[in-house]
Write a protein that binds this ligand. Sequence first.
Ligand SMILES: Cc1cc2nc3c(=O)[nH]c(=O)nc-3n(C[C@H](O)[C@H](O)[C@H](O)COP(=O)(O)O)c2cc1C
Ligand code: SF4
Length: 434
Amino acid sequence: MPDYEPILTAGVARTDIDVRTLEGYRAVGGWATFARAIRETQPGQIIQTVIDSGLRGRGGAGFPAGQKWKFLPADHPGPFYLVVNGDESEPGTFKDRLLMERNPHLVLEGIAIAAYATRARYAYVYLRGEFHRPYAVMAKAVAECYAAGLFGQHISGGDYSLDVQLHRGAGAYVCGEETGLLESLEGKRGWPRIKPPFPAVKGAFGKPTVINNIETLSCVRGIVERGAEWFKSIGPAHSTGPKLIGLSGHVNTPGVWEMPMGISLRELIEKYGGGMRGGKAFKSCIPGGASVGFLTPDQIDMTMDFEGPRKCGLLGLGTACAAVMDETVEIPRILYNIARFFSHESCGQCTHCREGTGWMEKTLLRLLAGGGDRGDLDLVRKLADSMGMMPGMSICGLADGAAWPIKTAIDKFRGEFEALCAPRRKAIPAPAGH
Ligand SMILES: Cc1cc2nc3c(=O)[nH]c(=O)nc-3n(C[C@H](O)[C@H](O)[C@H](O)COP(=O)(O)O)c2cc1C
Ligand code: SF4
């Protein structure tokens, strides 16, 4: 992508300035867009521009950001809150961490503009508990903003006031789910809430709240500065704007890069990942975190955008951080690890998720240990179909994320699982009289 101009990572590779500091970020034009927005633009105009840009959420579900902002009730007395999801708990995902660590003022300027557009008086940034360095960098940047009068009461002498607070989680995957996050933010156990009411109507502390991912909000400065048409000119029509795409697993050079969406997984591996490690063959990939499911070897040309993964039978683009597996990998072993993760992270509120994830983990373990049969395999597959929000059996999407790897792994690599099965046991005849 030689002519691609980085937006989210603009300036981070420079050695003459440090964009992590307020001074360095201002040297690349930083904070001017927020200053202009609160001086010259009405909140509704910004929301319309973000709608027109086609910006879709980068946290996993791909929901249109501007539409979400528009759901806030117009006649509510407030206060309104903006909650920023920096939990980044999806396995194999490390893109928001890069933004917080390397370009914290871009994140904060996006937050400030979004807060103004959504009339939020307070913005809470919820960070994953283990993110020690991102927290330190972000805390320094927030302090600089307060000292420079960018946050606080009557910013630049105007009517708008904004307070920004960082909040550290305690390391539960489910606290990345937006309503689990809200519960945790309020000091309670991170149990997802039944929706409706949606957070836009009743969110943090019972007030209207917008929740967006770190990367989503990092796109906002560019949209407001350069316009919706510019944003739409980057990437395919359904997947507009810059994107951080990650690569890990059996490639030569794992990492995270900024680029337009639409690149094929094959090109990503060859051009950015330096090819498959040790020249081995590509076998599979979970291209957007563990919860989206598995690809087959012939699906390597899948495009990394909001459409490509669904065409390959996956849950969605997820976090666009791909974990690549070579020919040496045994899919049942990987699937067991994933099942163990979801079973451990299920919050336990919904029966299908609580019992189903545990049952899947134990049955897969039995298969791996050579004690299972085809009936077990069919049972696990059936369990996966019965859980999640899609069949209306759960409060949050964790159950869907637990089911999708099971469905795709068993459907696409069934032979590997069958090879582990003992011949089906003969049914024991029922005792006489029954
Ligand atoms: C189990 C689970 C975990 C999630 N973890 C994260 C996360 O770590 N970070 C994130 O931004 N979104 C996560 N999400 C998605 C959020 O619920 C929500 O959709 C997102 O933060 C909204 O922001 P966006 O519209 O900007 O993507 C998770 C969802 C589920 C179901
Ligand atoms: S689906 Fe699972 S994680 Fe989500 S609320 Fe229900 S039990 Fe908890």
